[in-house]
Design a binder for this molecule. Structure first.
Ligand code: UDP
Length: 470
């Protein structure tokens, strides 16, 4: 009887949020493509949203991705502990922290019984307990940090009191960190400000730094060429391994399963086909941030009078905030969708600029697509990302909140046709090339992913009988 070499099997566990699922699932596809079996997990409610928003029906063996496979198996835990009523973030976090670890340990045990023991675990932030579960079971674990390296460094310095930050008595000081340009209080992640109202988010973010040393490695969704100094200087404390930009792969590892929690309107791509090159304003605030009714009215006014074509993502629960008659007025020239296939939209030749809330995934997607931005950050790391987009990467202009029609008009004209538009486009093209090179075969991030795959494969081959017992 022949000996079947065991398959390297990595379990990736994500916090149930769109901005967390996307980068981890994209890392999963890139690792799987190099010949690894991946089991992707998150809470069951979010998991079922992912599956029902895609056209894929994955079975227990998963779907082929490059020379590996990607399978889905969800925790018994739901994200929302309430019965139909909206739970607070605190309640949901608490529920996840209490039920998640035991369910995750069960899921890992089940893999051994099914003949595919787990070689490695990768988790993303907000589920720091996954590191404890894995290490307690003797399985090595890596963390994927889903924001920029500069933001990681900022939180790290804050958590370990390694630098001075604004306080209630000294709220106006700028923050100076090695490898990062000096940041005013408006430019540091807003969760670190004394006035921040979202204390539970700050707690959840800083919680990740308690046990990060237990992880055998920390990946970051960034690339060496984008943040060289920040990556170098934080290495004194934590060796961050860049594996980004984690955008949808263009090669054979691309899968139709994109991780959307809301089904994307693919018809907007057909509509984009009918528009002139680089003419369309794309507007999206990601999965959490919303405009107020007044801001929606300002947006609608400018989009109606401006005359340029636009594609605006208004998530289903915000649609009622659209001004009356707006859709009729812009018919044919503008399109409003509940959710877009954003990576494909940004890579479509007719998109000319992106009004973005500057979530880190959106930042990397727009840099990779070479699309100039109107940066409209609201909170958290978005304000830091906006600074980088405008001042450091020089790919766009800032728009102050709350949005006002004249300021919006000025921002659109500046980035599409203004004096600086050409320079902005050149910078955007430069970053596009650098980003694509980083994840292309043998690029800086691709090599890091390959090293990880080699390590995972070696672990399986080197184990006494190929199995890590749990
Ligand atoms: N996204 C999408 N379609 C949309 C809006 C957003 O596919 O209509 C995706 C976007 O491509 C990104 C993610 O949702 O990958 C949002 O993550 P980001 O970090 O930008 O913002 P967050 O939602 O976490 O604030």
């Amino acid at each position: 009887m022949g000996f079947e070499p065991p398959v390297p099997h990595v379990v990736m566990i994500s916090f149930p949020g769109q901005g967390h699922v996307n980068p981890l699932l994209r890392l999963a596809k890139r690792v799987a493509a190099k010949g690894v079996l991946i089991t992707f997990t998150t809470t069951s409610d979010t998991g079922h949203q992912i599956i029902s928003s895609s056209d894929v029906v994955p079975d227990d063996d998963g779907i082929p991705v490059g020379s590996g496979r990607l399978r889905f198996e969800f925790l018994d835990t739901n994200w929302d502990p309430s019965n139909g009523q909206k739970a607070s973030l605190d309640d949901s976090m608490h529920h996840l922290e209490t039920s998640g670890p035991a369910d995750f340990a069960d899921l890992i045990r089940k893999q051994s019984h099914a003949g595919r023991p787990v070689t490695y675990v990768v988790n993303n932030p907000f589920v720091p307990w996954a590191v404890d579960v894995a290490t307690d079971m003797g399985i090595p674990c890596a963390v994927l940090w889903v924001q920029s390296c500069s933001v990681f460094s900022t939180y790290y310095h804050y958590h370990h009191s390694l630098a001075e930050f604004p306080t209630e008595t000294n709220p106006d000081i700028s923050v100076s960190l090695p490898g990062i340009p000096s940041m005013t209080p408006e430019e540091i992640p807003s969760f670190l400000l004394p006035s921040n109202p979202y204390k539970s988010l700050t707690k959840a973010i800083l919680e990740q730094f308690h046990n990060i040393d237990k992880a055998s490695k920390v990946f970051v969704n960034s690339f060496a060429e984008l943040e060289p100094e920040a990556i170098d200087t934080i290495a004194k404390y934590v060796h961050l391994i860049p594996v980004g930009p984690l955008v949808e792969p263009e090669d054979e590892s691309r899968s139709t399963l994109r991780g959307d929690l809301i089904k994307a309107s693919d018809d907007c791509l057909e509509w984009l086909d009918t528009q002139a090159p680089k003419s369309v304003i794309y507007i999206s605030l990601g999965s959490i941030v919303t405009f107020t009714k007044e801001e929606m009215a300002e947006m609608a006014h400018e989009l109606t009078t401006n005359g340029r074509p636009f594609l605006w993502v208004v998530r289903p629960h915000c649609r009622e905030l659209l001004s009356q008659g707006f859709l009729e007025e812009v018919k044919g020239r503008g399109m409003v969708v509940g959710w877009s296939p954003q990576d494909s939209v940004l890579n479509h030749g007719s998109v000319g600029c992106f009004l973005t809330h500057c979530g880190w995934n959106s930042v990397l997607e727009t840099l990779t697509a070479g699309v100039p931005v109107i940066a409209y950050p609201q909170w958290g790391d978005q304000v830091t990302d906006a600074k980088f987009l405008v001042d450091i990467y020089k790919v766009g202009v800032r728009l102050k909140a709350p949005v006002e029609r004249n300021a919006l008009h000025a921002a659109i004209e500046a980035v599409m046709d203004g004096q600086e538009a050409e320079a902005i486009k050149e910078h955007a093209t430069k970053w596009k090339e650098a980003a694509k090179m980083a994840v292309a075969k043998d690029g800086s991030s691709d090599r890091n992913i390959q090293l990880f795959v080699d390590e995972v494969k070696k672990r399986v081959a080197g184990d006494s009988n190929g199995y890590i017992q749990v």
